[in-house]
Design a protein. Sequence first.
Length: 130
Amino acid sequence: IKDGGHRLTTSRRVVLEALVESGGHLSADELASAVRSRDDSVSRMTIYRTLDLLCDLGHVRPVYQGVRAARFVLLEDGHHHHFICSKCERVFEFDDCLVDDLAKRIRGAAGFDVRAHLLELYGICDSCQG
């Protein structure tokens, strides 16, 4: 936040701590509950504004899966990856970054500097295949 030219207020710190402790897979309402359990003086509006700021800075991205509310994921080192089962809707995280080479090719071909990404691959998990 500071590197982006913004102040790291106590309220923003509480929001960040709640996100990090949760692993960053929370809806805004779940995040609000986690924040309020730590510090009930942090308003819902502050939580939403902090989420917006973190999204603008590329540290968090909303993920829309199914008909549920958006869930916010942390982009550690600028990226995050999911396999999503189209049948049971389970989400599996994986760390192997398949996009690094593609980002280099995009930079060379289009002059576009990829700073962050969220990769979601949809298919059928082992459990649902059987």
